[in-house]
Structures are given as C-alpha cells and as structure tokens.
Design a protein around this ligand. Structure first.
Ligand SMILES: Nc1ncnc2c1ncn2[C@@H]1O[C@H](COP(=O)(O)OP(=O)(O)OP(=O)(O)O)[C@@H](O)[C@H]1O
Ligand SMILES: [Mg+2]
Length: 252
C-alpha cells in the first residue's frame, strides 16, 4: 500500500464566531519532503487555513465547520495544538512572534519545551539551528526585542525547528522584510527541506517569491482554491503572471 501524504485537507470550511465565513472550500495535499505554497491576497484565508491545521483556530473562536484534515494518515480535526507539536506539526505564526525580553538563545530553547530531553541533546539541537542560521549564533546573547525584523523571523523559525518538526506551517515569512534578507530566509528554508527533510506549507502574498522555492502551489481567492499546480508550471502561465505575479514583475 502506498504511504498517505504527510498532510491532507479535504473540503475544509472554517467559520469564526459561528457566523463569519473565512474559508469556504479548501482541499490540499502536502507530500512528505515537499515545500507547498499557499498563495493569495490579503484576507484570502491563508492564515485561517494554517491555524485550522495546527489547532490554534479555537483560540480565535474559529472552528472547522465542514471537511477533514489528516496528518500522517490520521485525522487531526479535534487534536490539541500541543499534541500536534509533539507529533511534529508546528506553526510559525504570521508577524514573527518572539519573546522580546528573552535572548535569542532563550527564545530558541522555548521551542524545545514540549520535548523532555537532556541538556546535551538541547546543546546539539541549538548547534544545528546555529549551523543553518549563523546570524542567530552571532546574536545569541542579544535580547530578541532589539534584533532586526529578519533576525526575529529567523528566531521564530529556529524556535519551531527546536521542536524537531516534520512539517512546518510557515505564515508569511517575507512580510515587511527587505528582499535580501527574504532571500536569505528562503534559502535556509530550502536547505532545511533538502538536508533535514522538513516539509513546509508556506503561506505567502508574494507569489513570485514563493513560486521560486516551492514544489507545488495552491492559489486561493475568497476562501477557496482558484488554481493549483506545480510551481514551475504556474510560473510559466501567462494568466498567472498577469493576475498574481504582475506586481512583482513590475517591481523587478
Ligand atoms: N479572528 C478572526 N475573527 C473573525 N474574522 C477573522 C479572524 N481572522 C481572520 N478573519 C477573517 O477571515 C478572512 C480570512 O482571513 P485570513 O487572516 O485567514 O487571511 P490571509 O489570507 O491570511 O490574509 P493576509 O495575507 O492579510 O494575512 C478575512 O475576511 C478576515 O477578515
Ligand atoms: Mg495571513
């Protein structure tokens, strides 16, 4: 029998406060070992989709009203966020959340709280993060609140990696950051994917950027999938260029 995909969403519908329809019909698949992009404009339903997968939606009075979510072949529709983290499914929230008063290294260590491991293992794990993010090594004793936006995004991703995830739900890592630092972050994401076999579901408004790094992409509009396909095929399509990559193309 063939392996089930790492993540599978079937026709999910999500409402906030029992009345606000945020996602009406999204189905998607993340195969093991891939980077899948979830693209769409402001308010399309990207963050809602990610938070529904990770179990964080209930904290915002949202709920899955229809459809199903499977992770590693198991239904996770009613799973707690903390048990999903233990199972290797971790979200990096939009807006690069860090504990401002903790140092970079302390922030990273909070990511390992769900695992009961020895100091020696933690040290090894930190070294692994610093290998991928040399900037964080240089800034490890700095208070996170005083680091740059790009460094804070790296802290947020590094903290998620300390949970030893198989799948990271990464919400708008490029938001508000300069192009050079964004390229650096996406290159690291690609290395983590290729060298550590971490899979990513990546929400982005910047379609042009995400299609450069993703294997496959779903474009969502008003809470439903408008278009999907292999990233290079979508990039080559003139209608996608015109409607979704137009702005980026003009700026380039
Ligand atoms: N906590 C909430 N309560 C009620 N409605 C919400 C909540 N969060 C989001 N929404 C609504 O759900 C819809 C989808 O929002 P969502 O944040 O998922 O979009 P998004 O694609 O992540 O947008 P952006 O690119 O701006 O982050 C929007 O209409 C938004 O106003
Ligand atoms: Mg969002």
């Amino acid at each position: 029998m063939s392996q089930p995909p790492l993540l599978q969403l079937d026709q999910i519908k999500v409402v906030y406060q029992q009345v606000i329809l945020a996602v009406s019909d999204i189905s998607l698949t993340v195969p093991d070992g891939q980077i899948v992009a979830l693209l769409g404009a402001n308010g399309a339903g990207k963050s809602t989709t990610l938070k529904t997968i990770s179990g964080l939606i209930s904290a915002e009075r949202g709920e899955l009203a229809h459809g199903s979510i499977h992770y590693q072949g198991q239904p996770i529709t009613t799973a707690q966020a903390s048990s999903l983290v233990e199972a290797g499914l971790v979200q990096v929230l939009e807006g690069r959340h860090c504990f401002a008063h903790l140092t970079v290294e302390e922030n990273l260590l909070t990511g390992a709280l769900s695992r009961r491991v020895s100091r020696a293992t933690l040290k090894q794990d930190l070294e692994r993060i610093y290998h991928y993010f040399p900037r964080l090594y240089a800034r490890r004793r700095a208070q996170a609140g005083y680091t740059s936006g790009g460094e804070q995004q790296m802290v947020a991703i590094g903290r998620a990696l300390m949970a030893k995830p198989r799948l990271v739900l990464l919400d708008e890592p490029s938001m508000g950051l300069a192009p050079l630092i964004v390229d650096e972050i996406f290159t690291i994401v690609q290395q983590l994917n290729q060298q550590e076999n971490v899979s990513f579901l990546l929400a982005e408004q910047n379609a042009n950027l995400a299609l450069h790094y993703a294997n496959y992409a779903y474009i969502i509009e008003n809470g439903r999938v408008a278009l999907s396909g292999p990233a290079d095929a979508l990039r080559a399509r003139s209608d996608v260029q015109q409607f979704y990559l137009g702005q980026a193309a003009l700026a380039a």
